[in-house]
Design a protein around this ligand. Structure first.
Ligand SMILES: [Mg+2]
Length: 239
């Protein structure tokens, strides 16, 4: 592992989507999102936010997540403090901070689910809206939990955070000869895939309603494993 160079270039793996395409050659397989697919990142953010900026409704992290999903979705009328400029600045700063990657817990069933997927499909990479500058911490977290040692395609630092799901759908379209499917919690990914024309399935972990033409709702990791197995069987080959 290289110890110097640009922040994202911390392993022998490719960093950009273009580099990944060259690296993977003719191989095919699925990619995995990270936040809220493998890592319970929202839980860490909400714990920090409750401690620093208050918890006006007295919710647990899980209750907040089920109600509003992410920290930035806290309604302004109930959470005015969370929308103050210094708090928004704090969030923007922490999105680029390795400190926020420490102690993130696993999504329930993710470790076992990925191990089960690996028996039926090829997992060729991760695709995350985290910025590339966070890669060092991302690899460290993935390895600490024994996830497959495959490349992390992270959002280029210059792409705004709000454009992360659109960037993913564009990257999937660019890689469609290699990337046969994605597991991702965010319903917007499948919607943007409809726009870019990526036609592989989007296995939507944590969702009970599918979105987009190719979204497949999977409430839990057990559902992901069942749906991917069924899809792989349909393809009648190891993918
Ligand atoms: Mg996610």
């Amino acid at each position: 592992m290289a110890s110097s160079g640009p922040p994202g270039r911390c392993t022998a793996h490719p960093v950009t989507v273009g580099e990944f395409k060259e690296y993977i050659g003719s191989k095919r397989g699925i990619v995995l999102d990270i936040d809220e697919t493998l890592s319970w990142t929202a839980g860490k953010w909400l714990k920090e936010a409750f401690e620093k900026f208050g918890n006006p409704e007295g919710l647990t992290e899980r209750q907040f997540f089920e109600k509003y999903h992410l920290v930035q979705n806290a309604p302004k009328d109930l959470y005015p403090r969370w929308h103050a400029k210094d708090v928004v600045d704090w969030m923007n700063f922490m999105r680029m901070s390795p400190e926020m990657q420490l102690g993130i817990e696993l999504v329930e069933g993710a470790k076992e689910g990925v191990a089960a997927l690996h028996e039926h499909t090829s997992i060729v990479g991760y695709m995350t809206a985290r910025p590339q500058c966070m890669n060092r911490g991302t690899y460290k977290w993935l390895r600490s939990h024994g996830f497959p040692d495959v490349p992390v395609m992270a959002k280029p630092d210059e792409v705004p955070f709000q454009e992360g799901n659109r960037w993913k759908a564009q990257a999937l379209k660019f890689l469609e000869a290699n990337v046969t499917a994605i597991v991702d919690d965010n319903p917007k990914v499948a919607l943007f895939c409809d726009e870019t024309g990526y036609a592989g399935p989007v296995f939507q972990i944590g969702q009970t309603c599918a979105s987009g033409a190719h979204g497949i709702a999977c409430a839990t990791w057990s559902d992901v494993v069942r749906e991917v197995k069924q899809w792989a069987k349909g393809a009648q080959k190891k993918i």
